[in-house]
Design a protein around this ligand. Sequence first.
Ligand SMILES: [Zn+2]
Ligand SMILES: [Zn+2]
Length: 638
Amino acid sequence: MDQVQITLPDGSSREFPRGATPLDVARSISEGLARQAVAARLDGQLADISTPIEDNAKIELVTLSSRDGLEVYRHSAAHLMAHAVKALFGDEVQVTIGPAIENGFYYDFFSDQHKFTPEEFEVIEKKMGELAAADLPIVREEVSRDSAIQIFKEMGESYKVELIEDLPNEMVSLYRQGDFVDLCRGPHLPSTKFLKAFKLTSVAGAYWRGDEHNAMLQRIYATAFPDKKELKAYLAKLEEAKKRDHRKLGRELDLFSFNEEAGAGLVIWHPKGALLRTLLEDFERREHLKRGYDIVMGPQILRTELWKTSGHYENYRENMYFTEVEEQSYGIKPMNCLAHMLIYKSRIRSYRDLPLRFFELGTVHRHEKSGVLHGLLRVRGFTQDDAHILCAPEQLDGEIKGVLQFVQDVMGIFGFEYEMEISTRPEKSIGSDEDWERATDALMSALRDSGLPFEVNEGDGAFYGPKIDIKLKDALDRRWQCATIQCDFTLPERFDLTYVGRDGEKHRPVMVHRVILGAIERFVGVLIEHFAGNFPLWLSPVQAVIVNVTDNQADYAEEVYRSLRAEGVRVQKDLRNEKLGFKIREAQVEKVPYMLVVGDKEMESGTVAPRHRSGKNLDPMTPVEFVRFVQDESRQYH
Ligand SMILES: [Zn+2]
Ligand SMILES: [Zn+2]
């Protein structure tokens, strides 16, 4: 009989009749696996569980507990939602595309007759439930391009027709479930009954193919999980995230604002926010100085000619702002590298000078489309904790290790776990094989030395060098890009940076761009959500507020206020003629760590009664003792 050789992930292989499916393979292993497998990777390609295997292949069975499985599940849920919408609204709505995304999926619909509202979500979910319960097989079909166009034309699905017309392939694949058919590469779950837990979350506008000249579509966002328990946990997290939204807390805590009159994506820092940011920046300066960095500062605008030398004008112009003065064109800096290189070039460098580590809290401006701006997380003007390390090639290893240690120290201070990934040489790249090898080895060995797990994105590096990306995990288990470490072979070339080596000859230094927190704005946004506005004492813009019980202690409260301030405690006073309970509640809403209550008893004994925002009381102490308490609490960060 005609056989194919199937190799399992453990390296063992078995023979199957040609045309056997991944499901047959699963069955041959165990019934349990056959029940759980929903798709497979055949020679690395994701495929339906019912795909006939025509040639020898390596197989990996995909279950819902894997990332692949979840993606297949969510993409199938997208079809289910489109199916339900078509079943409910028929010709009023046209389907377009519906991919799986992180934590869920969406589907874009076109309709000029119907406007989706969150009030209808339940109706759509109910229909989805019915279609899932009907256990409709999800069947793949391969048809010619022309007949696919015919099929969708007859259904009046003009967006699908447009998509197929743009496909280069002779044959296209469709997926049918019941009376619903969608153009799709797949793979999909075997049947709708696998879909057990889903929820529609929001609806928003989106342009067809992301182009503002095209029709406006309605995008319904939703999420789906293999079981109801996981869905419930996720929805609870989403609810918590809403409460912690930094835009909402930023307003409530009076930290910052945006103003259309000033311009979108430009942060306006209010006193408390500016103080918070200053505290972070002071922290950064201390930590960098401790690690042998030099603080430098470059100008905000640099001549356009220089941006041409660096290659930014050619490759990054679209994201830059320009200005002209006295017929001289300037580019507002989108990155801080250039001035740092000019500092390097300002004198002859010897190998004894290296490494040089130039650190700048550099404010940059980058034009982002208004549609992607999002609070502090995506802005047009921001300040990076940016540094450029210029070193001899043989120093690279140690420098990268130093940066990773820096990241580890800082993430530890804020209490963040993090994940790391390295991106290696892409097909199109500059620099010699030797350069790439050395830089990639340096990054790899530093990653291995850290003892932490990391992912490798083969071929995903920038054309000018390999890099490490670090994503922190916040209290709600969300990932945020923070640190990056990027090796660069182009800029030292373009700017002809050299140093005199031991041999008296000129050599090219290696350049590393790196940030630790990334953009301060973004990091503040992440911190607000991570701590839900309850900043630790050392970062709180207001550490304590003095509240008197009655007017009787007003003078004493004033005296305490002055003495604490003089000692550097960030303190405020609330001496209004209001009830104590009211003033305490207000301070709690503002998330001030300590309320210092002064009544007659405290006045007589020359003390204050500290009360933590959590409601916990400390023993009364003198103002001097409170100063020491605050200093002790904050000391580990100084
Ligand atoms: Zn699909
Ligand atoms: Zn740079």
